[in-house]
Ligand binder design. Structure first.
Ligand SMILES: [Zn+2]
Length: 125
C-alpha cells in the first residue's frame, strides 16, 4: 500500500468528495470513481475500517481531510496507481476551477477498467 498526502488528492478529500471519471486514468482505481472514506483520527482502527469500507474491491480510496491510499500486489504498482490518481485529482480540481468538467460515461469507464486489468499486454481494438 502507498499512503500519501499529495496536494490534489488531499484537496479533494478536504471537500469529502469522490474523484469522478474526469480522465480515463481514473480506471487505475479499478472502477469509474475513487470514493472518499469517512473522516476518522489518523492511526485509529476507525480510520482503517472507514478506509476499507470505502475501498471495497478497488485499488484506491481518498481519506476525508487527509489524503489517499493506493493498494496493489506490489509497491511499484501501488505507487503507479497513487501517481495516476493524483494526476487525475489535479486535472479535476483545475477543470472545476475553470468550468464544469465533463465526466466520462459509465460504459466507457467499464471498458477502461477491463483494459487496465490487462495493462501492459496487447489489447484488442
Ligand atoms: Zn496520513
Amino acid at each position: 500500500m502507498v499512503h500519501m498526502h499529495s496536494v490534489f488528492c488531499t484537496t479533494l478529500s478536504a471537500l469529502n468528495e469522490p474523484l469522478p471519471a474526469v480522465d480515463y486514468l481514473v480506471a487505475f482505481s479499478g472502477d469509474k470513481e475513487v470514493k472518499c472514506a469517512k473522516y476518522a483520527t489518523y492511526g485509529t482502527v476507525e480510520l482503517a475500517e472507514n478506509a476499507l469500507e470505502a475501498l471495497g474491491n478497488q485499488n484506491a480510496v481518498l481519506l476525508a481531510n487527509h489524503g489517499l491510499n493506493a493498494v496493489a500486489g506490489n509497491m511499484m504498482m501501488a505507487f503507479a496507481i497513487a501517481e495516476q490518481i493524483e494526476f487525475c485529482a489535479e486535472i479535476y480540481i483545475r477543470a472545476r476551477s475553470a468550468g464544469t468538467p465533463v465526466i466520462l460515461e459509465d460504459e466507457e469507464m467499464a471498458r477502461m477498467v477491463k483494459r487496465f486489468a490487462n495493462y501492459g499486454q496487447k489489447v484488442e481494438v
